[in-house]
Design a protein around this ligand. Structure first.
Ligand code: ATP
Ligand code: MG
Length: 461
């Protein structure tokens, strides 16, 4: 590379990676409000916050979510955890001693024994279950109620409401019984949260997808029925007859809708226990005044779900309108090596939740400063610094320009920042102890002593 080319390369502009984005003010104010509301509402239901790591062993997700799912088979950011050099050299030497050439190959192919695949988490339920087992939480009073919020990673095609780094707010109830009142209370909690945020057009869909006994029988029946109409289905659904027939019910293809409507419905094939559980969940929802719609085609994309499943949609999101998905996953903790444990949870797509709030005008307007301090002169500067400190201590948002500027320019600046008031501090003000406060909306001015000023601001902001 010539020197010129190298320089040009150095000056290349960086861009956020496809499917990731910066969240900026004032939008981040809305994010904070949503998260604050989650902390408050979930605490009233007795949930505590867990913050699991952002990466985990790939195997944790593969085993829990399922190898056949889209998430695991093609969407995970999974990579070998680089060994440190000393470790790598030791591995290389030992391989070379047993069979010459093997060490070199292993280094090159990045498959040294001891190196493990790690993944940026595509969801957090598996992590929460891992943590439950790892910290022996079955010794605590059951059930253990945990919630989390943070980024998740899936390599999907980016579009409105679908990103490669997106955010979820979720909760899990682990251990204790699988009483239908638990399912209903978890759903009630999400609905309360959405209600508090004034999310518009909220629709709750529920279903039961049976258990380890009745679901496989239903899946076989479904597969048999699907095989009869195979020719009329698109390639995706044809493939799913083999891999995951339930997912055919999820199809949005116009041409398949008529056929799907004639397929057997799981509600008619639940075992007695599951049917009873489902009926009781509905009863418990009604007790809590939670409105729901039964949707027999609601199946979830992850393998670990059983019995109660639910999805919540909201308005203003186009085809990516699911803001929350959840359900029961009684076998999951055991599958991950823990004791038999009941479990139920949900995950809210925070990006979509925010989009929907923005679309319906629930986003706060950009917040300007409360007070802009226009100062001139060295003595006024010292006073301005002290005033800024006191006003901030009282909780006001204050802009203190770092350099002296003419009052006219300073007031223009205050206007641009959307400040409510300008505090004018010049030699006269400092000498007399009477400070000038200008209300920027109407241009009116009034004089205050330092003490009265605080009082006045408290009343008017
Ligand atoms: P979808 O059917 O919309 O792909 P999903 O079934 O893959 O959703 P879950 O794994 O249940 O979603 O995750 C729960 C919620 O997380 C979804 O309802 C959605 O709001 C959000 N979500 C999932 N994937 C993304 C993504 N790539 N970008 C933004 N939000 C997402
Ligand atoms: Mg998905």
């Amino acid at each position: 590379m010539s020197e010129g080319a190298a320089k040009k390369e150095d000056r290349r502009k960086f861009q956020a990676i496809r499917g990731t984005r910066d969240l900026l003010p004032p939008e981040t104010e809305l994010w904070n409000r949503v998260e604050q509301t989650a902390h408050e509402v979930f605490a009233t239901f007795g949930f505590g916050e867990i913050r699991p790591p952002i990466f985990e062993e790939t195997e944790l997700f593969a085993r829990s979510i399922g190898e056949e799912t889209d998430v695991v088979s093609k969407e995970m950011y999974s990579f070998p955890d680089p060994l440190d050099l000393g470790e790598m050299y030791a591995q290389y030497r030992s391989l070379e001693t047993t069979s010459p050439g093997a060490g070199q190959f292993a280094v090159w192919a990045n498959i040294l024994p001891g190196s493990q695949l790690i993944a940026a988490r595509p969801e957090a339920t598996a992590s929460v279950c891992r943590a439950y087992i790892e910290h022996g939480m079955q010794q605590l009073p059951q059930p253990v109620k945990l919630y989390y919020l943070g980024p998740m990673f899936r390599r999907e095609r980016p579009q409105k409401g679908r990103y490669r780094q997106f955010y979820q707010i979720g909760a899990e109830v682990l251990g204790g019984s699988d009483a239908p009142a638990i399912d209903a209370e978890v759903i009630e909690m999400v609905m309360t949260f959405f209600d508090r945020l004034e999310l518009q057009g909220v629709q709750l869909d529920i279903n039961s997808i049976g258990c380890r006994d009745c679901r496989p029988k239903y899946v076989e029946l479904l597969r048999a029925e699907l095989l009869k109409v195979k020719d009329k289905l698109g390639p995706d659904s044809q493939r799913r007859i083999e891999t995951n027939p339930l997912r055919v019910l999820d199809s949005k293809l116009e041409s398949e809708q008529g056929i799907i409507a004639t397929l057997p419905r799981i509600a008619d094939h639940l075992c007695e226990e599951c049917a009873k559980h489902y009926a009781e969940v509905k009863h418990q929802l009604r007790l809590r005044g939670v409105m729901y719609r039964e949707n027999w085609r609601l199946v979830r994309g992850l393998d670990y779900y059983m019995r109660t499943t639910f999805e919540i949609t909201a308005q203003g999101l186009g085809s990516q309108n699911a803001v929350c998905g959840g359900g029961r996953y009684d076998g999951l903790v055991e599958l991950l090596g823990g004791p038999p444990t009941k479990g139920i949870g949900f995950a809210i797509g925070e990006d979509r939740l925010i989009l929907s709030l923005q679309e319906s005008g629930k986003a706060p307007a950009a917040q300007g400063r409360d007070v802009y301090i226009a100062w001139m002169g060295e003595r006024a500067h010292a006073t301005a610094v002290r005033a800024a400190k006191d006003l901030r201590k009282a909780g006001f948002s204050v802009e203190l320009p770092p350099m002296e500027q003419k009052f006219g320019k300073a007031l223009g600046q205050a206007d641009k920042l959307g400040a409510r008031f300008a505090l004018i501090l010049g030699d006269n003000e400092v000498a007399s102890g009477e400070w000038t406060l200008k209300t920027l909306a109407d241009g009116s001015q009034a004089k205050f002593t330092e003490r009265d000023l605080l009082e006045h601001l408290r009343k008017s902001l």
